[in-house]
Design a protein around this ligand. Structure first.
Ligand SMILES: *[C@@H]1O[C@H](CO)[C@@H](O)[C@H](O)[C@H]1NC(C)=O
Ligand SMILES: *[C@@H]1O[C@H](CO)[C@@H](O)[C@H](O)[C@H]1NC(C)=O
Ligand SMILES: *[C@@H]1O[C@H](CO)[C@@H](O)[C@H](O)[C@H]1NC(C)=O
Length: 376
């Protein structure tokens, strides 16, 4: 009974008294002990707290994570950092080994050799929101992020601890333009689902990135193109979920971001469980939104391999992205792999170059993209 009361009080503590029912207190603490009842899950945005938690407290079937990445201008080096208040039952990059629900997953390409990736456990987590920004401390891991209230900057800091012997240094992001929800700007009342039960908010669609870290004894220092979003799933609402519930919510998925010339693009093109295509594209030019769609006018396709991708077909080394911008002009781009960051069969993330053309002007740059394929 005492345990139940404590759990109830922790849930109530997480909600803003008298506020919108789906909004949260501005400072939440997460324990690695999974809550045994229904979590509060938010799929409609609050007036602020764009980068705030969407699941509280965490239980065995809900997943909430903060994603940061940067790729060097030449497309050969990269760092991705994902902060999870999530369950190992669901979204794990290491399908064979359980990971603590509170963890930071680090992926790096140092420019030579295969991609490096490992999780670092945290003993508890606090996330404080201020304006639209958030500051998160994955205690014990030595890894934290600090966001500005207006989302203009983020800093990820890595310190060595007993649980983190592998990575130290800093990763800084300075935004290049406004963030967005799936179909609209960062304001209250926006739907957050990209597919049923999968939420997404792209708080930093493109950023100047500075990475200066040491990882497993190797130095990784570059400037380039950064990105930050946060994602969540409520897997129990997805039918037939099993060991990897995230994947039962979709059949295939291409997602990525690239920078060429004055343009920054974020794109996704996915198939839901009924094979219905769902697309999204967002383009900044010199910090202004010049392309934005959540319904049509964008297509991502693999070059030289079958579409949709399946577990039995080869992975593409290139993707084409074709999008109609807000003024009717066409953005045509092709990304070409330079390195794999992580490949676990059903999920792959690559880095490389992008060549993009708008209104007859072609420019080169770098990109990072991922593929999910779940069907045989
Ligand atoms: C959030 O709460 C934690 C634990 O109560 C505290 O240590 C931390 O300083 C708070 N953070 C902010 C930014 O208020
Ligand atoms: C976790 O919370 C979600 C959302 O409230 C709920 O649908 C689900 O049943 C909960 N899972 C467990 C194992 O209690
Ligand atoms: C899409 O973009 C690619 C890369 O620029 C280009 O080769 C292709 O012709 C475009 N496809 C369409 C249908 O315009």
């Amino acid at each position: 009974m005492k345990g139940l009361l404590l759990e109830l009080s922790s849930v109530l503590h997480g909600l803003v008294a008298g506020g919108l029912s789906q909004c949260y207190a501005d400072n939440l603490s997460f324990s690695p002990v999974l809550y045994t009842g229904p979590s509060q899950v938010q799929f409609t945005s609050c007036a602020s707290q764009a980068d705030g938690p969407r699941v509280f407290p965490i239980n065995a079937t809900t997943f909430d994570w903060w994603y940061f990445d940067a790729v060097s201008d030449d497309g050969t080096q990269a760092l991705t950092v994902i902060f999870f208040t999530s369950s190992y039952i669901g979204f794990s990059f290491d399908l064979l080994n359980a990971v603590d629900p509170l963890n930071v997953y680090v992926f790096a390409n140092t420019g030579s050799g295969p991609g490096i990736s490992f999780p670092i456990a945290a003993t508890s987590v606090t996330v404080a929101t201020n304006g639209n920004g958030a500051t998160g401390d994955w205690k014990g891991s030595g890894i934290s992020f600090q966001g500005a209230p207006d989302l203009s900057t983020y800093t990820v800091t890595f310190q060595k601890t007993a649980l983190n012997l592998g990575i130290e240094g800093t990763f800084k992001l300075k935004t290049r333009g406004p963030g967005h929800y799936v179909c609209g700007p960062l304001e209250g009342g926006q739907p957050e689902e990209v597919l049923p039960h999968i939420g997404w908010v792209n708080v930093m669609p493109a950023a100047d990135a500075q990475v200066d870290i040491k990882i497993l004894g190797k130095s990784l220092k570059f400037s380039g193109n950064g990105y930050h979003d946060k994602r969540l799933t409520n897997a129990v609402a997805i039918q037939n979920w099993g060991d990897v519930p995230f994947t039962s919510a979709l059949h295939s998925w291409y997602w990525g971001h690239g920078t060429f010339g004055d343009y920054n693009i974020v794109f996704f093109d996915m198939l839901d469980p009924s094979n219905k295509e769902k697309v999204g594209g967002y383009v900044l030019k010199d910090g202004k939104v010049v392309g934005s769609t959540c319904t049509s006018g964008l297509q991502v396709r693999p070059v030289g391999t079958t579409y949709p991708p399946t577990l039995l077909t080869a992975n593409p080394t290139q993707l084409t992205i074709n999008m109609t911008l807000n003024d009717g002009s066409i953005l045509d781009a092709i990304v070409t792999e330079r390195a794999t960051q992580i490949d676990i069969g059903l999920y792959t993330r690559w880095i490389g170059s992008i060549e993009g053309t708008v209104n007859g002007v072609t420019a080169q740059g770098s990109a990072l993209w991922e593929q999910f394929k779940v069907q045989a």
